[in-house]
Design a protein around this ligand. Sequence first.
Ligand SMILES: Cc1cc2nc3c(=O)[nH]c(=O)nc-3n(C[C@H](O)[C@H](O)[C@H](O)COP(=O)(O)O)c2cc1C
Length: 280
Amino acid sequence: MRTIVYCFSGTGNTRRVCEGLARELRNAGNTVTIFPITADCPPPPPDGYDNILIGYPVHAFNAPAPVLKFLKHLPPAYKPLPVWLVRTSGEPLRLNDAAGISPKRILKKKGYLVYGELHYCMPYNIIFRHADGMATRMKNAYERNCPADASDILDGRGEVRKVGPVRRFASFVLRIEHTAAPFLGKRFKAGENCIGCGKCAEVCPQSNIVMEGGKPKFGKNCSICMGCAFSCPKDAIKTSLLNGWRVNGAYAFEAPPVKDEELGRYCRKAYLRYFHKMEQ
Ligand SMILES: Cc1cc2nc3c(=O)[nH]c(=O)nc-3n(C[C@H](O)[C@H](O)[C@H](O)COP(=O)(O)O)c2cc1C
């Protein structure tokens, strides 16, 4: 079986999940090719492939704008190709399922068949921060589920999530993020400690950053994926309105995973539901 993976990722979570699934599929003797979804080098159409994975993070309970743009430019399916959406998010809220609404609608119109939606809750890398024990439990849950999810893909199994009217409405309202992102991103700045290494420009999937006079200049095409701030070796990028929330730094993934009774009150029910599903 030949699988093509299209992946949009800012801070690396979605890329890691797509790579994990690809590894499992390859171990089972299949061919897998991963293409990043980027503005300046659009990935090729899925001609000749047997199935498709589309990986993206949840941004404000929606798929990021560049992902929708990519899907709109995807040619109609040359045969009814099965697709799995692979999402990552910072919280396991059911509202995040709304991030599948637009991708499913676009794909259906083009003759693709969405067989399943995989959702992994991953540690926030840049906005908010989880405790190390929480991050470790999330990472373990993802690693534990990758093989089973890859085997479902190979067997053509999957779950397509239903989204009720309230969550549809909330996600529709929060789609404002797509309009706001370029304005916020235009105001990103490199601070005094910027060393002009250009890493931010290199990782930006939107090619929105150019180096001018040894400093990054931010254009009008930002999707606030936060790849620039996350990859900066000097933590020098000020992310305008989002700067107050910004955290940076690696998790100690070898920390003892939090136990159920240690989970805080924040989204407690959602985390319990998520971990119990992923750890059974
Ligand atoms: C601008 C922005 C909006 C986000 N919105 C949500 C959200 O609505 N719900 C959620 O659970 N996580 C949200 N997150 C967290 C990301 O979905 C999560 O960290 C994801 O794993 C990032 O994937 P990446 O590392 O591949 O970019 C948001 C992150 C960013 C940067």
